[in-house]
Design a protein around this ligand. Sequence first.
Ligand code: PEP
Ligand code: MN
Length: 330
Amino acid sequence: MIIQLRKNISDSQIEAMAAAYEGVVVNYESNVLVVTPSAIKNIDSKFDDIIEKNWVLDSDIQLSSRKFKNETRKISIGRFTSGSAQTLLTIGPCGVEGEEMMEQTAKLIVEHGLSSIRAGAFKPRTSPYSFQGMGEDGLKLLAKMREKYGLSVVTEVRDSTHVQLVLDYADVIQIGAKAMYDHGILRACGRSQKPILIKRGFGTTLQEFVQAAEFVLSGGNPNVILCERGIRTFETKSRFTLDLCGVAYLKENTNLPVILDPSHAMGYAYGVPDLARACMAMGVDGLLIEVHPNPAVAKSDASQQLNHDTFRKLFETLKPIAAAVGRTIV
Ligand code: PEP
Ligand code: MN
């Protein structure tokens, strides 16, 4: 249950209410909320005079539920705002590999009138022997692109040891599919006000996915965006299976903006343009596409990144699809 308390009640009254129901106290807009386990359906009448209103929810999808807030959250990233008629098209290489390729990427972004650059400086790899990212040097290069080209920076945090560092440099903090269960990261992101982009783990149900977002929301950060990037199924011909049905569910039932990532789902560049068009047709808040000036030599995710010319052609075909679903690409 979400309980909104009346204004001007004392801290001890708030604490007593929270303690009675094992609730989490959340400051939301200009109100104080106590969010209890969703199994709580009734509140003792002795608390009546401190309660403004309450929402009874049927699962622990609470702050992110449309039953609580019946519109997509407005989250600003540079000149993009979620829950509007804009779709954020955030592109860049899988990882920051050096200044020259970041310059080329930034120029491609500016050429298309886009507003953000995305690349990882801390890469969560499946092998300890492959490229792990440039670390803080990579963050510095991303910051340089922001300064030089006026772009917002989207970059990922790999583990809780460098959350603060990434928060210092990034405009949007990405929590990757493997990191989304790391409660150190989720809680640290809950203490920030910067937009947090949570990618769905490939074995994560929608309920678990949204509950990861609830950790950030209940920690006090209302700016959470979900990213569907493919789940593992019996199919092995593509790297993962992009769950568009799941996206329909999230749009219908949650107030969180949704970004779709066809690159990691497909795993192979040949399928990404068709999938990107399908994603755009879903009328989502954003798309994440990996591009690289020379994918053949990319240090991570080489098989799925689009070269710049392929991206240019794709972009032209995305524009009419965006228009058909009432959106402009930012
Ligand atoms: C990435 O975005 O480059 C990445 C590592 O993605 P994921 O966490 O979805 O595998
Ligand atoms: Mn990648």
